[in-house]
Write a protein that binds this ligand. Structure first.
Ligand code: MEV
Length: 414
């Protein structure tokens, strides 16, 4: 199809769909995406540009999470089988989680170029720090009234003629991108004046090193076994030694983290960027978790990563499913949600390492995969489990086999 469709943004959803059909795209394919779920057509059309449909994902609930003494039912949105079950199992096996989030400080960056005297400019910026912050602070701003807003300015020489100015902003319950970008844009002209240079870029950094969350839990040896404890500690060491393993190790963590972020309407790409850049911040790429044995011989698991989470503004307010998730979580602040999300990441990682170092990851996956195949073959309700179990027993998981077993079951029941 010709990709040059002009003015698509001016049309409504129906008209855009018709444009595609007229251009030769099959109508029945359009029907597959013509369902806007709980988001609805109007909100979908306003969220992004050139909307022609929506892609729905399931929202599941992870159980058994007790964090800082409070029970949570955790909404997770993703397409991968086993993740919700694994998180729930890891939480059930744990002694409950403790977690703590740092203040919601985000970093904004302003790149100053064409500076004739870098050292002198840095001194000048730092000398004027207080008045610069005052000049971009609006006391009427709700975030400022809550004690947030611009807090600090740092200036770093990047190379000859270049300075990186970092603006540290307390974003309170917001993720912060809008606030930080606005403040950086406000500050930039003054920096240009001081430096006689060019403020080429004014943008938030996703490496939110001042907005980290730490979470911790214990898995008792009586529940998981001493062999599993040794194996999990070795598995973490493997991720420390090999970035190839480290990448997959952290991907497993992000399975849980992204799923809660999507369910609650977060910018999960920002979270991903922050997590992976933190994993190699001032060191080689490393796992975001740590495991060790405590004096009782139980397994202690810890996680630390930056989490720029918002509970005000953003998609949380627009998407009814995200609002549902927030209600389900009974969350009162961004920091509390950050704590929950870090614990899910830790649980997810434990579950993956536990499975991989014992029975292997495929068994659990297979059972859910077999159920999906059974559904694809047309199985309904109780038939799904019967077919999945039979296919696993026969070690023949395919749609063809599922259809054969389905026919047998239905013939028997007639
Ligand atoms: C799969 O989505 C995630 C895992 O590969 C994570 C890991 O290997 O630790 C199972």
């Amino acid at each position: 199809m010709n990709s040059k469709i002009s003015g698509l943004y001016k049309l409504n959803i129906k008209e855009r769909q018709e444009k595609l059909i007229k251009a030769g795209f099959p109508k029945e394919e359009i029907e597959k995406i013509n369902n806007f779920g709980s988001l609805g057509e109007t909100a979908s059309d306003h969220l992004i540009e050139n909307v022609i449909g929506a892609l729905t994902l399931p929202l599941g609930i992870a159980t058994n999470f007790v964090i800082n003494g409070k029970d949570y039912l955790i909404p997770m949105v993703l397409e991968e089988a086993s993740v919700v079950a694994a998180a729930s199992k890891a939480a059930k096996l744990s002694e409950g989680f403790t977690a703590k989030a740092e203040e919601s400080i985000m970093i904004g960056q302003i790149l100053l170029t064409e500076i004739s005297d870098v050292e002198k400019t840095i001194n000048e910026i730092l000398k004027k720090e207080k008045e610069l912050i005052e000049s971009i602070t609006n006391p009427e701003d709700i975030m400022v009234k809550l004690g947030g807003g611009a807090k600090k300015i740092k200036a770093i020489k990047l190379k000859e003629n270049w300075i990186e100015v970092q603006l540290l902003v307390d974003c309170k319950d917001a993720m912060g991108a809008n606030t930080v970008n606005t403040l950086c844009e406000k500050l930039a002209p003054q920096l240009e004046k001081i430096s006689n240079g060019n403020a080429l870029m004014r943008i938030i950094s996703n490496l939110a090193i001042y907005r980290k969350v730490k979470a911790k839990t214990i898995w008792k040896k009586e529940l998981i076994g001493e062999e599993a404890i040794k194996a999990i500690i070795k598995a973490n060491e493997f991720a420390e030694l090999s970035p190839f393993r480290g990448s997959t190790h952290n991907k497993g963590i992000m399975n849980g983290i992204d799923a809660v972020c999507i369910a609650t309407g977060q910018d999960f790409r920002a979270i991903e960027a922050g997590a992976h850049s933190f994993a190699c911040f001032e060191k080689k790429y490393s796992p975001l978790t740590k495991y060790y044995k405590n004096s009782e011989g139980n397994l202690v698991g810890e996680i630390e990563l930056p989490l720029a989470i918002g509970t005000v503004g953003g998609a949380t307010k627009i998407n009814p499913a995200a609002q549902f998730s927030m209600k389900l979580l009974e969350i009162n602040s961004a920091k509390e949600l950050e704590c929950v999300i870090a614990c899910v990441g830790l649980a997810q990682n434990f579950a993956a390492l536990y499975a991989i170092t014992t029975e292997g990851i495929q068994r659990g996956h297979m059972s859910l995969h077999a159920k999906n195949i059974a559904v694809n073959a047309g199985a309904k309700e109780k038939e799904i489990n019967l077919i999945a179990e039979k296919m696993i027993k026969e070690k023949k998981i395919s749609e063809e086999n599922a259809r054969k077993i389905l026919e047998e079951i239905r013939e028997k029941n007639n």
